[in-house]
Write a protein that binds this ligand. Structure first.
Ligand SMILES: [Fe+2]
Ligand SMILES: [Fe+2]
Length: 235
């Protein structure tokens, strides 16, 4: 795809985004900030990341009954779980809009948007960056040690960061009564398998990118060390 074409698509999606609620737009900008940082570390195209991020939540603020209606009108397959929890439709609706009205043909971008709520097995690097950036953007991780550590971890191991986020989410769902979704938990089991087979590790494709990853290592190690020293003092 030409640079001109993707820039046209970005401009069109930006226009759509500007009509969404301010709070949602602010969330998207925060996700973008994280995603640009991770795209640099993992050598992913900045423009493709931008398209995925600015498109991912275009239907997030739509009322649940409207989401079902839009999905029916668009002829999308609505699983039972989606009817019970229509917010799960906001990714598929956004991907459909980008494909049909904006002319996006980049499958990785479309699938990443469609599946960003729960994630999916054997995700592309671009999808992993979208999912983790969405879950740990700066406001979500404020005063949250676990999400802060997960964000730092993403600079050196995106798969482990996703697994840690999934486990954090499981605990949060049990503690706070957040709804669990079956699709997310099925995917989580697949991520564990992928992790043990070591087949889904993103590849760092240049020495410069490797250097950036290596430099970020202490950011993850330090909080763990300080926790250990606290344990020793208590003993
Ligand atoms: Fe979303
Ligand atoms: Fe989001």
């Amino acid at each position: 795809m030409s640079a001109q074409e993707i820039n046209r698509q970005i401009a069109t999606v930006r226009e759509l985004l500007s009509e969404r609620p301010q709070g949602l737009q602010a969330h998207v900008e925060r996700v973008l900030e994280e995603a640009f940082g991770l795209a640099k570390v993992w050598d992913v195209s900045k423009e493709r990341i931008e398209l995925a991020v600015i498109g991912h939540d275009l239907f997030r603020a739509v009322a649940p009954e409207e989401q079902v209606r839009f999905a029916e009108e668009a002829g999308l397959k609505i699983q039972d779980e989606f009817r019970e929890n229509p917010i799960l439709l906001h990714g598929p609706l956004a991907a459909n809009l980008l494909a049909t009205a904006v002319g996006v043909k980049d499958d990785e971008v479309l699938v990443a948007i469609r599946e960003h709520t729960s994630g999916y097995s054997e995700m592309s690097l671009l999808a992993k960056i979208l999912v983790i950036s969405d879950k740990v953007e700066s406001v979500k991780r404020r005063d949250n040690f676990a999400l802060e550590a997960i964000r730092n971890l993403a600079d050196r191991d995106l798969d482990m960061a996703l697994l840690c986020w999934a486990d954090w989410k499981w605990v949060k769902e049990r503690q706070s009564g957040w709804q669990s979704t079956q699709s997310h938990w099925e995917v989580r089991f697949q991520w564990v398998t992928e992790h043990h087979k070591d087949i889904a590790m993103p590849k760092v494709s240049s020495f410069t990118a490797f250097e950036r990853v290596a430099k970020n290592f202490p950011a993850v190690a330090l909080p763990i060390q300080s926790q250990q020293s606290q344990v020793q003092v208590q003993e």
